[in-house]
Design a protein around this ligand. Structure first.
Ligand code: AHG
Ligand code: MN
Ligand code: MN
Length: 343
């Protein structure tokens, strides 16, 4: 077979995460490639986490962990492992000046000559839905990327991390599910990449994701129903009363890993709620590591995200670990929710 013929037979329909981000960058003449390299670093860390997640059930029968246990030390929890992987790749990469993480008390300024000259900071929830690890249910990683506001060449400060979500340059998540997928969004769109385990590459599988304007799924923890504000209770009740005459019937789905719940609702259309409760008026989810990145992705995909009073992306954070109620999903369903919340 002539050489040129064999070259055309290679399957070039597949585009890897790297190829995609580099191609996107070429549309911007002044782009430095730092964002592409940051996304590659996050992809690398998540592939390592994926390997560990896949053998989570084996942890007690694998030699290594067993030996550690015999010596009386704790097996490292998977969320600490995930945190360390992300911290490691971002510190050694060339694009990130510092990080904030759900697993760290305070932000970390990497503070070395390369990092101080990097223009991005990254915030993440290294392992979301960690309560689901032991029962083999989908979990995830969530990340949020900001351009620093302090001058290049200096160590980053808290100011770089306490920015409203609207300033995000990119945000994304990895879902470790029936397949492993990385989804990220920039202002230009949201794209999904499935991990091809055979070659260890994230490959473009869901180009240009948009969130349907209407869906039939609502996701909320019903156990706290009587803890929610009356208007939220009324909306949930209205969801349950939907039938064919008013856009229903709705179905309720709640996994307990927001990555999995929101990923499904993003693709199929739906609404996700983690409202405040009587005991915890700000709910459970963290603004910087969970609400902001999803609000950004959902909005870019055409949906809406609020805390019940204002747009999530407009909130000026005051501290790193602050919590916020979250309502996010299909535009039409969010607008219907708002008619209840504005009562
Ligand atoms: P994390 O594992 O990072 O602490 O987050 C779990 C979160 C979120 O993913 C999920 O939607 C929510 O907790 C579930 O909480 P409830 O069990 O209170 O409904
Ligand atoms: Mn979480
Ligand atoms: Mn977590």
């Amino acid at each position: 077979m002539p050489f040129t013929e064999s070259i055309h037979m290679v399957n070039r329909k597949v585009q890897t995460l790297d190829e995609f981000t580099i191609q996107q960058m070429r549309d911007f003449p002044h782009a430095t490639g730092e964002l592409a390299s940051l996304l590659r670093d996050i992809g690398l860390a998540s592939k390592r986490v994926n390997v560990e997640v896949n053998k989570a059930g084996l942890v007690d029968i694998l030699g290594d962990a067993g030996t550690v246990n015999v010596q009386g030390e704790d097996v490292k929890k998977l969320d600490i492992y995930a945190n360390n992987q992300l911290m490691g790749v971002l510190k050694h990469g060339i694009s990130c000046a510092g990080i904030g993480s759900e697993e760290l008390d305070d932000f970390i300024a990497f503070d070395d000559p390369v990092s101080n000259n990097s223009k991005y900071v990254c915030l993440f929830d290294p392992l979301d839905g960690s309560g689901n690890i032991d029962v083999n249910v989908s979990i995830g990683t969530i990340f949020s990327i900001f351009r620093r506001v302090t001058p290049l060449g200096t160590p980053v400060t808290k100011e770089d991390f306490l920015q409203p979500g609207i300033n995000q340059v990119a945000a994304g998540y990895v879902v470790y599910g029936s397949s492993t997928m990385l989804v990220y969004g920039t202002r230009r769109g949201v794209n999904g990449f499935t991990l091809d385990q055979a070659i260890g590459e994230f490959t473009l599988s869901n180009p240009n994701i948009t969130c349907p304007d209407h869906g039939r799924i609502y996701s909320v923890n019903h156990g706290f129903f009587y803890q929610y504000d009356e208007r939220v209770q009324q909306y949930i009740t209205a969801c349950q009363k939907k039938d064919a005459t008013n856009g229903g019937p709705y179905t309720q789905r709640y996994i307990g890993s927001m990555v999995a719940d929101l990923h499904r609702n993003l693709i199929k259309g739906g609404i996700f709620m983690y409202p405040g409760t009587k005991d915890k008026p700000n709910g459970k989810l963290r603004l910087l590591y969970e609400c902001n990145p999803f609000a950004f992705i959902i909005e870019v995909a055409g949906g809406k995200a609020t805390n019940g009073v204002e747009r999530i992306l407009d909130i000026q954070p005051t501290h790193l670990h602050q919590r916020s109620p979250l309502f996010a999903g299909s535009r039409g369903m969010m607008e219907e929710l708002e008619t209840f919340l504005n009562k």
